[in-house]
Design a protein around this ligand. Structure first.
Ligand SMILES: Nc1nc2c(ncn2[C@@H]2O[C@H](COP(=O)(O)OP(=O)(O)O)[C@@H](O)[C@H]2O)c(=O)[nH]1
Ligand SMILES: [Mg+2]
Length: 245
């Protein structure tokens, strides 16, 4: 359950019908308008703080990338491998978002880059204020790359601008090629889509062209990189994309 954006709290059928959520059945009647206003307030305050973060990144010429995906698509593994390949030539900093534990920040630090872990507790996404607070604890150097690994969730992180320069959505081939259709907003708001775990393509029913076609329908400007973080296949294309930004 998410207390910040309310996405995991009860959603209600405003026609007065009953529906099931989190295994519970609710019948509620309350004005739609109030719910909408609350969300607007949260999002407009977030957008204001995101613009401050964006100004900070621009002033320092920091490339800030917001990595979003469902849990387990390989974000941390991609970052570990990227840091291994780039840290000798480029300053890299990482903000890690998870509900609990510092496991991912520990993995990142082992691979050689400074990392700050944010634990969102019941929250299902990072917001601009959390990123701002992390930046107060970790001085990001000029001209660095800042990777922000968001909480694994294809829904709520789409709504929260962190002030990033670019948004990168990662899907893995084990998730099914219809994910863009089911979670359109994430694909509409991203600049790059990494299709990870391509080493598993022979074993799963995932059609790369189908997935890319669905995503392109939603966002004609979306770029794609096919990657296997495990084997390193496609890493050069990813590193080159980073260098072009
Ligand atoms: N086969 C395969 N497994 C991968 C690949 N990338 C990540 N994994 C595995 O997927 C699991 C989740 O990876 P992780 O990086 O923690 O995902 P995150 O939750 O998105 O940060 C781990 O067991 C990884 O070893 C890949 O390219 N191929
Ligand atoms: Mg991770």
């Amino acid at each position: 359950m998410c207390e910040t954006c309310g996405c995991g709290t009860e959603t209600h059928d405003h026609d007065g019908h009953t529906h099931t959520h989190h295994g519970l059945t609710h019948t509620h009647d309350h004005p739609n308008k109030k719910v909408v206003n609350l969300n607007m307030d949260i999002l407009s305050e977030n957008n204001r703080l995101a613009e401050r973060n964006r100004g900070y990144f621009e002033g320092k010429k920091v490339l800030a990338l917001n990595l979003v995906s469902s849990p387990g698509s390989g974000k941390t593994t991609i970052l570990e491998k990227t840091i291994g390949k780039m840290i000798a030539t480029r300053k890299i900093f990482v903000v890690e978002g998870d509900q609990q534990t510092a496991r991912d920040a520990d993995r990142i630090e082992k691979s050689g880059a400074p990392a700050i872990q944010i634990n969102t507790g019941s929250g299902c996404h990072l917001d601009a204020k959390m990123v701002h607070q992390a930046l107060l604890k970790m001085e990001v150097e000029n001209n660095a790359i800042l990777f922000i690994e968001n909480v694994g969730n294809l829904v709520c992180p789409a709504m929260f601008d962190l002030g990033e320069s670019k948004r990168v959505v990662v899907i893995s081939v084990t998730e099914g090629d219809d994910k863009p259709l089911k979670y359109p907003y994430m694909f509409q708001t991203s600049n790059l889509c990494i299709i990870n775990k391509t080493d598993l393509l022979p074993y799963v029913d995932f059609n790369v062209e189908t997935a890319m076609g669905y995503a392109r329908q939603l966002n004609p400007n979306l770029e794609f990189i096919l990657l296997s973080a495990t084997t390193g296949d496609g890493m050069d294309a990813w590193i080159n994309w980073l260098k072009r930004q």
